[in-house]
Write a protein that binds this ligand. Sequence first.
Ligand SMILES: C[S@@+](CC[C@H](N)C(=O)[O-])C[C@H]1O[C@@H](n2cnc3c(N)ncnc32)[C@H](O)[C@@H]1O
Ligand SMILES: [Fe+2]
Length: 931
Amino acid sequence: MTTLYDICCNEQQGRHLRARYDLSRHNLIFCERPMLFQQSLGLNTQQAWVCHSCHGFVGNAADAMQHRFPSKSLAACKTIIASCRQKCGYVYCNKDCEDAAWRMHHRFLCTGNIADDEEHPLVLFKQLAVESNEILLLIAQWWILEHHQISSGERTESKWNDFCMKPWWEVATLELKHQPGAFAETATLNQSIRNLCQDAADLLNQVLQMTEHNHTIPLITALDIAKRVGACEQNAIGVRQRHPLCREVFDRDFREMYHSNIVQCLAEAGFIGGDDCDTDCADEDDEQEVTAKLAMIDRDWDYSVDEIAKFLSELYIREDGMVTDVATETPSDDAPSMTAPEGDDLDQIFPPLDGTAMYATACKMNHSCDPNVLLVYHSNPSWQRPLTIFALAIKDIQEGEELTISYIEHSNKSCEERQQALVNYGFVCTCSKCTKEQEGEESKFSAREDNDDKGDLFGQDGDDEEDDNDIQTPADTDEEDSEQKLQACLERLDSIRNHVVYGATPLPLFAKASSFVNIWVHDQKHSGLLPIELVTLFQKCVQGIEQKDFALMELLGSDLVSILYSSLESTNAWPNEAYRNAYWCAVVVAALGLAHRWCFLDALDFLDRGMVLGLPVRNDPHLTGFMAYVEHHAYSISELPVMLPCNILLPNYADPTVKQRIEQHGLSHPIQYPLPDELHEPPFYRTFSTNHVLVSRPLVLRKFACDWTAVTAWHDLEGVFGQIHGHRQIPVERGSMLATEDCGRMREEILSLRNLIHAIRAADEKVENPVWSLQEAQQYSASTIYLAQHPLLEQIPALKEFVDVSPPLCGTQGPTHTNVWLGSAGTRTPLHYDSYDNWLVQVVGVKYVRLYPAEEQAKLYVISKTTRGTAAQGNMSALHCENEDWQQHPLAQTASYTEVVLHPGDGLYIPARMWHYVRSLTPSISVNYWF
Ligand SMILES: C[S@@+](CC[C@H](N)C(=O)[O-])C[C@H]1O[C@@H](n2cnc3c(N)ncnc32)[C@H](O)[C@@H]1O
Ligand SMILES: [Fe+2]
């Protein structure tokens, strides 16, 4: 999906955004996370306990309570809050966040080792920032990130300088400029800012030189600093993010995750008493399974939202920071005075995060007093992806129209007052509203002010809510028990609904995706393939879709996903296509609901799991638009500001000792020549077909893929797979089917690409050299991890750009399946055959392959079809290649085979039914085509 806007630039308007398509009111135009953020210093850093990497509040409810009220001994910290490795006092959500911040900028700016050195330039720099302008701290980060270089080459991005960058001294004197007689004052201010910038530059340069001895980060000048501070003055947004305990307490997901924590720590702290915390969600008798599941939907929390909110809002804070429960404590006369938080304003107990952020796209929008876009903060349900900004259309917008926001709070301001408020931006507003008002047509506009017009670029309170009045509870006519439960559940939803920010999925995408569901459900009605209870639930989904009841879609969709998953697991129904189709359909319903709530990462998780476990209709024209929409927005909020350097070791193939290392250490024995046929230039398909395909003769084609961008780009496993696509969920195998020890036995899991890369890195660290021997592969079998035979290019279409999706050597029809194999060193694929012709293309790393012709099958101890388990298809051999048990498998000793080592860019043609065994000698990525 392309963006819904274009970034344009002209002399009058500077950089600005224009709608690329017609947009409707309530459409989400884009969302993004800040490229830079600086928390307000002082009290806020102490009270709002946030991660210094992603800026989310750290820990769970218990941690937050503990942090805020340390004198109470509360539940122990259950999450893994990480502290800075140099103990500077910074905290992070977890080790990942710590690591990312460290690698991005913190290694330059950490005071952990130097805290008591008052003369240290870093200490002096921070002091200067505190005394003059906190933004200087942001500038230090900016400079480092802007010049961040990684080992595999430079990746400076122009986005860092794509702002109006008037020097600070010019911006700061804008206001004085218009005052008569302020000439001397202007000159003094101008000079003192120049001096300040020079001091800051001198100190920062010393810091940079001390940390980075090879000077990959250039020195900064006073002007560099001034331009960036100026840019912040005119582009940055003041952000305030409420503490989850204040805000998210109204959210269903949040409650689900933190409910017991909140209750527990409130109880332990004595805020609530005598609770009997019963978890009686399944008090049902042994009714049908589905009915029981339905009861789960209607699970009752021990305490309702209102109750929890009430607990929190009724807490009193004393001036010494202690919290008391008003009901249990009567203040004595000499007790410090108490202040009660107002109504539902809980910010006093859990203060919000305050700070300044730079957003690369939002900062390119110009101001209008009659804007068509509103920026909204809405942290997704959990505590993740903080500071995400959502740009919402508040009017119908035509293609080509400029997208504008209001920089100021202006509902009741006159034109003159607005111009005054805008003075620091250095322009006179000539928007239609200002023009008309100056022509004396004010009345018309003030009448038009509506609720939506809350667009204040600064100091947004993040509480804007869009209540979609179209949404109604579907009327229920049926009298069934499940109906009643559903009804109760819907009633409960009503209260949640009002607290959700709605930004509609573009109607055409929604309509198409939901027609997919409608059609599928309609087909199920009479097919008899699914139990009637499930069909009924799916029909409820359709009703939800028709009524645009997104909360119901989310709830029912995700519950159906878990119901189907447990039936698939417990009855081993994986081969049951009806169930897997249903799984995919449920996933789409849940994703439709989640996308409406802008939970794009969660929606994408569902879709990914659906692609892995369900039977997705690949390239279904109904779904592609919606899936691209979800994918697009998920990507824009999952990005880190810069790519992290790669920590996974891969051999440098240009180094002749590497070849030696592979042969002497990696291989279990010297390769027996002759090899399979080998070519260095691709043959014509017809020649290849005649000489190899028709006669089942393998072929090695060196440099098959040497011009694929994947060969270089994917070398950076960490950047491409760990970061850009790190949030995608994929199926992996841990351990090996060939492992002899229990702990190394293969297990299947679904995890994120980021975690796969972490696991590859962890395996990589077991052995000093990136090339693993057979013994190492066996010894560390439990650490090996493999995304094996997965259609990753279908799942992440963006990856197709890096490879040839239809190589000519796969014939005129092109490949029927394309799979990606991504894993650590030491992965071993047992001896087996496939019924397709196969091109195995090595992209990154080195693999050893052994091939036995089909004629040798009699000597290969084929595992019979009647055996249970994965090998039941008659295409697996019991032989442990490279580690054969000749006693048990004597015939194999005489079986003839060929073998080959594949390097990046090499392709191997494996004929259909030819037996093959594969071992990765290094971390490796391959692509294979069945044709
Ligand atoms: C947040 S930036 C917007 C992007 C800016 N146009 C650019 O080229 O980078 C704010 C600056 O844009 C310019 N600007 C914003 N709204 C404007 C308007 N309505 N008329 C003229 N200039 C405007 C002012 O120079 C202001 O300081
Ligand atoms: Fe205006």
